[in-house]
Design a protein. Structure first.
Length: 119
């Protein structure tokens, strides 16, 4: 069984920074795409950024130039550096890893971490 554990959310002032982390534990997992989604109150969950198996990163337009998605060498953890945060970035952030385990291909989600940007 694969579990994703997130950390790094919190309350920050506009213009501040946070670093989110997501680590996979449990069964062996061969990861493919690793990334982050977010869901603000009353809105649908949206893709923020991801990194593909080839290393290509994709970002939604609203975070380009401010957020950076990365992974560790063992492809068991994914990170999101959030800079120049705005109130509109307030949401619950979820990591998602698409990978292959002993149970086959699957989408694995973290438990979510709250990011609040407010003065």
């Amino acid at each position: 069984q694969v579990q994703l554990v997130e950390s790094g959310g919190g309350l920050v002032q506009p213009g501040g920074s946070l670093r989110l982390s997501c680590a996979a534990s449990g069964s062996t997992l061969s990861t493919c795409t690793m990334g982050w989604y977010r869901q603000a109150p009353g809105k649908q969950r949206e893709l923020v950024a991801n990194i593909t198996s080839s290393g290509r990163t994709n970002y939604t337009d609203s975070v380009k130039g401010r957020f950076t998605n990365s992974r560790d060498a063992g492809r068991r953890a994914v990170f999101q550096q959030l800079n120049s945060l705005k109130p509109g970035d307030t949401a619950v952030y979820y990591c998602k890893i698409v990978g292959f385990s002993t149970l086959g291909w699957g989408d694995y989600w973290g438990q979510g971490t709250q990011v609040t940007v407010s003065s």
